[in-house]
Design a protein around this ligand. Structure first.
Ligand code: ADP
Ligand code: ZN
Length: 525
């Protein structure tokens, strides 16, 4: 049987209380622990903050021998070891930064270590494997198991070798853990770690206390100012660039907010002061790049705002997940402009990654864009991405709370595409809008675009609606930047729109949650 008997679980519960000081397991922690204590393997998909570490730390203490935890980052190992030692547990790490390896090996041989953290490349060295075979190993825990995913952001080639553990230590239970839950990574983890027999435990990724809100277009600062009005709790504001972090923080300070910047370019001393002030509540708002947040455990963050588009739903989920860890209501608010999208696409194209990798990154970005363009329940869409079905709309996202009035933009989209086509697929959005609404600018003159059939055909729509149409066409990939040089070209998928086979519904801007004027600078800000 692979399930533990109740005396073993009772012991696990005692460890939970006496060593960790918690009253109860958070399901499915108990079921996972029972599985390992019974000698079975487990694959655990749990959102960040869900409580993955206890799932292997408690069996490590309940079973005889030493548990080996494979972790990809030295910083993560050190954090965990420090926390364990504070609880009086003998734990150590073996990675490239460790000098007293001989001492550590002796401690291991003496059976004095309960938990050994190890980098994957170190674990797989012959010398290490030989040593492990001499020891009594209680379990293997493979943390951050999504590192096996070849097209993932965190790919670590050595992780794919960890499947060997099954043959090398057939009797030792193995547990793999990750906060990434999309279905393809799940299958890849199971396959490459040889976890075919593992029981899969999925904790819902839903964070019902977080209210999701998304806006696009318009002036980001004004939208943010509007959002911040009346919000007194702690919040994190994410920006893409260090410069934008600095500028936004100073601007907020000038408005009287207790805000501080945080990014990797600041001196370490200053960073830690800002971090401390935020953690203890002296600062209300942390304006940061994504360098901030990993391993930060502040339960009462009331909002996470994004002033730029995250590059994937995984990133968005992880960053917004830092809000409301105390379970009280919290908000995730996103504002983005067309410029972000062009910039992210460009980053992918210039990343130097293989074309396959670029395609995957494009798909991830596309999924994020689809979420922003969604006119139905955002939570259903978000959880759907993680393979989870929410049976009814959530009632706690912008679209549920205020179903957006829609307008039929099909004809406008046809006009926009044909303006791009007829002007030679060389023009940017602003110029195309000038053509559509019939603005006789010097550039239009110079290119003779006032002679085009499409010149002025979109006069009845205001420029901001055109921007929305273009944003949508770009977001859905119907229009794409020319790979070389500037301007937008049509993608094959645009044919269905031109042939009137596909209708396009967009939210009416006037009735959306976007602030009113001014929109002039909008996507160029
Ligand atoms: P993850 O690795 O999934 O991000 P952690 O293992 O770091 O999550 O746990 C997140 C937080 O939840 C930690 O502060 C941890 O001590 C706490 N925690 C975990 N399990 C429980 C529990 N059963 N009861 C109370 N707190 C818990
Ligand atoms: Zn909803």
């Amino acid at each position: 049987m692979t399930h533990a008997s109740s005396p073993e679980l009772a012991q696990a519960r005692r460890i939970l209380r006496e060593v960790f000081g918690y009253a109860e397991f958070r399901p499915p922690q108990d079921a996972i622990i029972a599985r390992l204590l019974g000698g079975g393997d487990a694959l655990v998909l749990m959102p960040t903050g869900g409580g993955k570490s206890l799932c292997y730390q408690i069996p490590a203490l309940a079973l005889p021998g030493t548990a080996v935890v494979i972790s990809p980052l030295i910083a993560l190992m050190e954090d965990q070891i420090q926390a364990l030692r504070q609880r009086g547990i003998a734990a150590a790490a073996l990675h490239s930064g460790i000098v007293e390896q001989d001492d550590l090996e002796n401690t291991l041989r003496a059976g004095e270590l309960r938990i050994l953290y190890c980098a994957p490349e170190r674990l797989l060295q012959e010398r290490m494997l030989r040593l492990l075979r001499e020891l009594r190993i209680s379990l293997f825990a493979i943390d951050e198991a999504h590192c096996v995913a070849q097209w993932g952001h965190h790919f670590r080639p050595e992780y794919r070798q960890l499947g060997r553990l099954r043959a090398l230590f057939p009797k030792v239970p193995r547990i793999a853990l990750t906060a990434t839950a999309d279905l393809s990574s799940r299958a890849e983890i199971q396959e490459s770690l040889a976890l075919g027999d593992a029981e899969v435990f999925v904790q819902s990724f839903d964070r019902p206390n977080i209210r999701y809100q998304m806006q696009q277009g318009g002036n980001g600062r004004e939208a943010l100012q509007e959002f911040l009005r009346g919000r007194r709790g702690a919040g994190i504001i994410y920006c893409l660039s260090r410069r934008k972090v600095e500028e936004t923080a100073s601007w907020l300070q000038s408005l009287g907010y207790r805000a501080q910047p945080y990014h990797a370019g600041l001196p370490a001393g200053q960073r830690s002061v800002h971090q401390r002030d935020f953690l203890n509540g002296k600062t209300q708002i942390m304006v940061a790049t994504i360098a901030f947040g990993m391993g930060i455990d502040k339960p009462d963050v009331r909002f996470v705002a994004h002033l730029n588009l995250p590059k994937s739903i995984e990133a968005y989920y992880q960053e917004t997940g830092r809000a409301g860890r105390d379970g009280k209501s919290a908000e995730a608010w996103l504002h983005y402009g067309l410029q972000d999208l062009l910039w992210l696409r460009q980053m992918i194209q210039q990343s130097g990654a293989s074309s396959e990798q670029q395609r995957v990154e494009e798909e991830r970005l596309q999924a994020m864009l689809d979420l922003t363009e969604e006119v139905g329940c955002r939570r259903q869409k978000l959880l759907g991405y993680f393979g989870e079905t929410l049976s009814k709309p959530c009632g706690n996202c912008d679209n549920c709370l205020q179903p957006p009035p829609l307008w039929d933009a099909s004809e406008a989209a046809q006009m926009a595409l044909s303006a791009a086509y007829r002007s030679g697929q060389r023009c940017g959005v602003q110029h195309l809008i000038d053509i559509l609404i019939g603005r006789d600018t010097p550039r239009v003159r110079q290119a003779q675009h006032h002679r085009l059939q499409v010149f002025g055909i979109g006069r009845r729509l205001p420029a901001r609606d055109w921007q929305q149409v273009f944003r949508h066409l770009l977001a859905r990939g119907h229009l794409q930047p020319q790979p070389e040089g500037s301007g937008l070209m049509l993608h094959g998928s645009s044919r269905a729109i031109l042939r009137k086979e596909q209708r396009i519904w967009l939210r009416s801007i006037a009735a959306s949650t976007c602030p009113a004027e001014p929109r002039k600078r909008s996507w160029r800000q």
